[in-house]
Design a protein around this ligand. Structure first.
Ligand code: ADP
Ligand code: TRP
Length: 334
């Protein structure tokens, strides 16, 4: 079993990133048996599809590395690195550009969502983003790729590219990866609008809980979170049509490691005046240790760089045989 996943280092980590992605990585790492390996990386090569100044980009990579370590990724047990330090990603992407079809990429919904109406003005990088993602995965022959629901299509594309490459060149080189999408796939919504996802790009800071928020800021945001005047129902079915209530109960259940039904049973008939302080408390207790580790780690750039460099060396060695075989299969002398 080879687990691999990536996250774009785009700054301002929030509760959605933690519950939707990072926490699952930590779980997989912790449940790993001895014959298996985990690769987690910062997709800084993907992040060039969003314009960012040099200094900010450097900061973002270190911050995301600090956040992952603070959240429980152990650089001694998992291979933790940033893509730019491992040229195999860009190299294999180029090779796979010969295999991927324009028609396949045209169907990618994330690309369509991101470009909106201005397709002609979009960068080529954004269009081939899923090919680089396929290279990320296939370079390591990853078998299990923990991702959010929105990445399912990119995983299918990686499988299609792998299959076509293997067929076209008559090799059994690439392993077909399986997406691991958590069942209770936490989709954390905005605290101001239960129908919009919590996001770093929301202009209102009150809409999200940042990993850097202090205890009292967290309590305030939960207290001010949008709700409805109804009391909590006695089971989760009663949350239908109540997106804000549903979101808050969902966050509580996810943090407490239980179900929305169990939380509803506990708070049945009570109003949000009683529920919110309890939720705030669980959030504060969960995030406090992560925040304090994060704040400490991010003051030591040299230590963070050392972690990433060490991870990159391990990653490069792991990718090398596959990369070499891909060049060879294509008759490219290296
Ligand atoms: P943002 O939406 O804030 O820009 P990204 O798109 O950079 O976040 O997502 C980084 C990771 O966090 C992805 O794996 C994504 O699935 C996850 N993620 C982001 N927002 C949420 C959310 N509101 N709920 C659950 N997971 C999320
Ligand atoms: N595209 C992914 C996202 O936006 C990040 C990513 C890049 C990734 N490369 C990957 C995820 C490889 C899994 C495997 O969340």
């Amino acid at each position: 079993m080879r687990v691999l996943s990536g996250i774009q280092p785009t700054g301002n980590l929030h509760l959605g990133n933690y519950l939707g992605a990072i926490r699952n990585w930590v779980r997989m790492q912790d449940e790993m048996d001895s014959g298996s390996q985990c690769f987690f990386f910062l997709a800084d090569m993907h992040s060039i599809t969003v314009h960012e100044g040099r200094e900010q980009r450097i900061r973002n990579v270190r911050d995301m590395a600090a956040a992952l370590v603070a959240a429980g990724i152990d650089p001694d047990r998992s291979v933790l690195f940033n893509q730019a330090r491992v040229p195999a990603h860009a190299e294999l992407c180029w090779l796979l550009n010969g295999t991927a079809r324009i028609g396949w990429l045209n169907r990618m919904t994330q690309f369509k969502d991101k470009v909106g109406k201005d397709r002609e003005g979009a960068s080529i990088g954004l269009f081939v983003y899923p090919v680089l993602q396929a290279a990320d995965i296939l370079a390591y022959n990853a078998t299990h790729v923990p991702v959010g629901e929105d990445q399912k299509q990119h995983l299918e594309l990686a499988r299609d590219i792998a299959t076509k490459f293997n067929t076209d060149f008559g090799v059994e080189l690439f392993t077909l990866p399986d997406p691991i999408i958590p069942k209770e796939s936490a989709r954390i919504m905005s605290l101001r609008d239960g129908t919009a996802k919590m996001s770093k790009s929301d202009p209102s800071d009150m809409s999200r809980i940042n990993l850097t928020d202090e205890d009292d800021a967290i309590m305030q945001k939960v207290k001010k979170a949008k709700t409805d005047p109804e009391p909590l129902p006695d089971n989760a079915a009663g949350l239908a049509g109540r997106p804000e209530a549903n979101n808050l109960v969902g966050i509580y259940a996810t943090l407490a490691g239980t179900t929305a039904d169990a939380i509803c049973a506990e708070f049945a008939g009570k109003g949000f005046g009683a529920f919110k302080p309890a939720l705030g408390e669980v959030l504060v207790e969960t995030l406090r240790p992560i925040r304090s580790r994060f704040m400490e780690l991010r003051t030591d750039d040299a230590a963070l760089d050392a972690i990433l460099e060490k991870g990159a060396a391990k990653a490069a060695a792991a990718a090398e045989p596959t990369l070499r075989a891909a060049y060879d299969a294509m008759g490219l002398m290296r």
